[in-house]
Design a protein around this ligand. Structure first.
Ligand SMILES: NC(=O)c1ccc[n+]([C@@H]2O[C@H](COP(=O)([O-])OP(=O)(O)OC[C@H]3O[C@@H](n4cnc5c(N)ncnc54)[C@H](O)[C@@H]3O)[C@@H](O)[C@H]2O)c1
Length: 511
């Protein structure tokens, strides 16, 4: 069936809240006439008036021309009744996130629109398959998941349920492109792409907070710094609101039959129970309004001690940085690129890249008393000079080694942040878990690897998609790290995705 959703197609948006108003604006800017309906009296008219002001604001900022704004406003009209749906070619629903309310609405709509009209829902968590159940023509029903704020966020997850006609999903995909968006196909599974793959970004930090490995500001600094993420998980949860973030985690957990991989956090539950909801309540992990931040002090890397006895093991950004600094300082060093571990050995102790074991475990198993672990740096080139990198000490290590290890990390250009002896440190375990979740999503046909990368970069502003992280790492090392986390914590959270394990096997030699 050829579905025509060209600019001549009239659109009905149902729900004139924050999302519905944004969807109406984007559709009208793309040339569609739009009717906006809301069950609450006056809500649609109020949203239209607000949109007019928003468009005037864009004109004042020089983002759009006055004529375009005027034409856009003229294309959007409030609808008094659902009967106004007659004649539209597309309905986009953005009412409250309640399955019964949405189902009732679509059933009613079905009797008012003609048979060629596409029905789309902006639900962020309800199964598209379940919403379609009971419709006379479930094939024309599809998820069209926008992100907030709609006019600015590029991503649209085009979500197909079991009955969605592929031609309908494709028509919505192409329509999203014409609306200036970047669509990604997704299968209707809990959390779709973004809300599912993003869970570990919060969960790993919450797990580290539960075991009191570090303060929120330190975890944020590491993930922003050496991790390269735009926002740390704690400030991000404060922004989203802990109630909202917790509700999404709970819904993904329940929808996965309470798979322990998705178990919510006691730390966040307590914050929700206590009303510490983040920015909107004035307090979450941090207080709001936030005190003005003082400009960061200029970072001075530590000088290389003359005559230091150093051997570099393996590779990676830290080893490369040390090699460069030692070379510049004219300090001789040994190098063993084929070593089974990455890091440096001095006359006093060892500083190793985390492999998923605790520092105390590595010290015991490798027979090294003065041992420290440092975190993976996934930011471009390891991050700008002075960004934070986590490190941890083995239980028996000396204070002298603690300060020497810190000095070596500063020498390599990082601000070292000592955290408790937690397995997998901060960035390594978080990124490994994002990769793992993305692999499971691909395994289950939720999306393609390219779709996962696009969705995470556009939907939550990740600096790299999960498969890009994986390409810059090593699947076997990620599997080894997760297996060690699994052995350390037990339970299901660190269960390795069969897709990731498959990618970790080396190809046999040719012939
Ligand atoms: N807010 C977000 O960040 C976000 C992001 C993506 C998707 N979503 C989804 O978009 C939908 C809307 O979210 P929102 O944040 O715009 O909510 P909102 O509360 O701002 O707006 C919902 C609107 O729907 C109206 N409404 C409720 N029941 C109705 C009905 N039966 N018929 C017509 N109108 C009805 C309400 O009066 C309200 O104006 C939800 O499904 C939500 O999960 C929200």
């Amino acid at each position: 069936m050829k579905i025509d959703l060209g600019p001549g197609t009239p659109v009905l948006v149902v729900g004139a809240g924050i999302m519905g108003a944004g969807i109406a604006q984007v559709a009208a800017q793309a040339g569609h006439t739009v009717r906006l309906f809301d069950a609450r009296d006056g809500a649609a008219a109020a949203a239209c008036a607000k949109l007019e002001l928003a468009l005037e604001g864009l004109v004042a900022k020089g983002k759009i021309g006055a004529d375009e704004a005027k034409a856009t406003v003229a294309r959007i009209r409030p609808a008094g009744r659902l009967d106004d749906a007659a004649g539209v070619g597309l309905v986009v629903e953005a009412i409250i996130e309640n399955a019964d309310a949405k189902r009732a609405l679509f059933r009613e709509l079905e009797s008012k629109v003609d048979e060629r009209c596409v029905l789309a829902s902006n639900t962020s968590s309800i199964s598209v398959t379940a919403l379609a159940n009971g419709l006379k023509a479930p094939g024309r029903f599809v998820g069209m998941h926008f992100f907030n704020p709609v006019p600015l966020m590029k991503l649209v997850e085009v979500v197909s349920g079991l009955e969605t006609d592929p031609a309908v999903a494709q028509a919505i995909f192409e329509l999203s492109q014409r609306w200036g968006k970047t669509p990604v196909h997704a299968r209707s599974t809990p959390g779709f792409i973004v809300n599912r793959i993003a869970r570990p970004y919060y969960a790993e930090t919450l797990a580290l907070l539960l075991e009191r490995a570090a303060e929120p500001a330190v975890l944020d600094a590491c993930l922003r710094g050496s991790g390269g993420f735009r926002m740390g998980p704690c400030e991000l949860m404060d922004l989203i609101g802990h109630d909202t973030n917790f509700a999404v985690t709970e819904s993904v957990f329940a929808a996965n039959f309470f798979d322990k991989r998705f178990v919510p956090s006691l730390v966040q539950r307590e914050m929700v129970d206590g009303g510490l909801l983040g920015r909107k309540s004035g307090r979450g992990f941090f207080s709001y309004p936030a005190p003005a931040a003082s400009p960061p002090a200029a970072f001075e890397p530590e000088p290389v001690p003359a005559g230091a006895i150093v051997a570099l093991h393996g590779g990676g950004v830290a080893v490369q940085r040390w090699a460069a600094r030692l070379g510049e300082a004219g300090v001789a060093f040994e190098s063993d690129p084929a070593s089974r571990w990455n890091g440096l050995q001095t006359a006093s102790g060892q500083l190793r890249l985390t492999d998923g074991r605790t520092a105390t475990q590595v010290a015991a198993e490798e027979g090294v008393r003065d041992l420290a672990l440092f975190d993976l740096a996934t930011a471009r080139n390891g991050g700008a000079p002075g960004v934070s990198l986590a490190f941890s000490m083995s239980a028996g290590a000396s204070d002298a080694w603690r300060s020497e290890a810190g000095a070596w990390l500063r020498m390599a250009g990082w601000t070292p942040q000592e955290i408790g002896d937690a397995a997998g440190l901060v960035v390594a375990r978080t990124v490994a878990m994002l990769v793992n979740e993305a692999c499971d999503a691909v395994l289950q046909g939720v999306c393609t690897p390219e779709g996962a990368d696009l969705a995470m970069k556009l939907g939550v502003n990740y600096p790299q998609g999960p498969f890009e992280f994986l390409a810059g790492w090593d699947a076997a090392a990620v599997v080894a790290l997760l297996d060690r986390l699994d052995a350390h914590y037990r339970g299901e959270r660190y269960r390795v995705s069969p897709e990731l394990r498959r990618r970790a096997w080396p190809a046999p030699p040719a012939g």
